[in-house]
Design a protein around this ligand. Structure first.
Ligand code: VAL
Length: 374
């Protein structure tokens, strides 16, 4: 194995490798070089997710390339939050044999179409924000480092029960999106398991602007808590309209709500929102604080958890490239499955399915800011 590795290095890659290893691209004096394709939600109503993600990636890229152990080139494509655009972008990237692996897409809905295609083509792919059930289970080439709803939502509900002695809940969810539906399934199962009475289940669609009918019904039933599964744009509008109608009970939201955009859009109406997070900027950890100050210096604002997860994801990729010693897709996939790093999200390793186990922290919005819910 060593001899063939040396032979490979000597001829500058190529050999019988067919995927992702163009001539002269593999190694350069022991430095593995790789093109990584990124599919990100960069335009449209959820563009703040993609902006945070690509900012996190680009900061990590500068640091990683400066160390000189590997050399990564990111090729970033916009998916606009749409399945077809995400798939077209991913196909374009996968068709380039120089592309070793993909990062993204942003939404679980998008990953649901990109993941099977990437898996079929043997292109390793990591979701940094895809939190619906079943994402890494799409196939052996599909991974994620984002806290699944299945871990986040029960933690938030537990905290809400403990704090507010909640007994009766209303559920509101988007029924046209893989993530918002999956979040709903988790909310319903968790509410049932914890013995909460579900007063009503209401639905909405992406881009909806008027939630009067659903909220009037919910108000009339007088819940202790509203469980909402939404992306930030719809989620913030829902909270704003609820508060205007005089609904002042707390909301428990999934990962879509874990964005500063909720506060940006809803203002005071976002107070009382509870979310579980894998990461928050105030954490008393030197690694976290170093990242926060570098990020603030570069972008003039604080990173959110989408930026943080993306930042760690590129470090996970860099470690896999280094360990693979090659930018071949299969070698990279095998090294990726075994990666262990200590990132800004803490100690990281994939489980056998390419999923992640993390302990979430529960946050609540108070006076217009996310705070740890003590
Ligand atoms: N976590 C969500 C998803 O999986 C969004 C918020 C990125 O679609």
């Amino acid at each position: 194995a060593l001899a063939s590795m040396l032979a490979l290095a000597a001829c500058g890659g190529g050999g019988e490798q067919t995927s992702g290893e163009a001539d002269g691209q593999a190694t350069d004096g022991g430095v593995v070089k790789a093109d990584i394709g990124v599919v990100s939600y960069l335009s449209g109503s959820g563009a703040a997710y993609g902006e945070a993600i690509t900012s996190g990636l680009e900061l990590a890229l500068e640091e990683i390339n400066a160390k000189g152990e590997v050399e990564i080139n990111l090729i970033i494509e916009d998916s606009a939050g749409k399945q077809d655009q995400a798939l077209t972008a991913a196909q374009k990237l996968m068709n380039s044999e120089n592309v070793t692996a993909l990062i993204g897409p942003t939404l679980s809905t998008e990953m649901n179409v990109v993941g099977p295609e990437a898996d079929l083509n043997g292109v390793p792919t990591i979701g940094t924000s895809t939190t619906a059930e079943g994402i890494p289970q799409i196939g052996e080439y599909i991974f994620r480092n984002s806290l699944p709803e299945a871990l986040a939502i029960p933690a938030s509900i537990d905290k809400a029960i403990e704090k507010y002695d909640a007994k009766k809940v209303a559920i509101l969810y988007g029924n046209d999106d893989v993530f918002t539906k999956s979040g709903f399934d988790t909310m319903k199962a968790a509410a049932e398991e914890k013995g909460l009475e579900i007063l009503t289940i209401e639905t909405f669609q992406k881009g909806q602007s008027d939630y009067n009918a659903q909220l009037t019904k919910i108000k009339g039933l007088n819940p202790d808590l509203i469980l909402a599964s939404a992306l930030y744009n719809e989620g913030a509008v829902i909270m704003d309209q609820a508060r205007k109608m005089g609904i002042d009970v707390p909301f428990v939201g999934g990962n879509g709500f874990n964005s500063p955009e909720v506060i940006e859009i809803a203002g005071d109406a976002a107070d009382g929102l509870i979310v579980a997070t894998p990461w928050y900027a105030e954490k008393d950890d030197p690694k976290v604080q170093e990242f926060v100050s570098k990020f603030e210096e570069k972008y003039g604002k604080k990173p959110d958890q989408f930026a943080a997860q993306a930042y760690d994801a590129l470090y996970i990729y860099a470690e896999a490239l280094k360990n693979a010693g090659s930018n071949d897709r299969d070698a990279f996939r095998d090294a990726l499955a075994e990666v262990k790093i200590t990132g800004i999200l803490g100690d990281f390793a994939f489980d056998a399915e390419g999923d992640v186990i993390m302990t979430p922290t529960v946050l609540v919005i108070e006076d217009g800011a996310f705070k740890v819910f003590e």
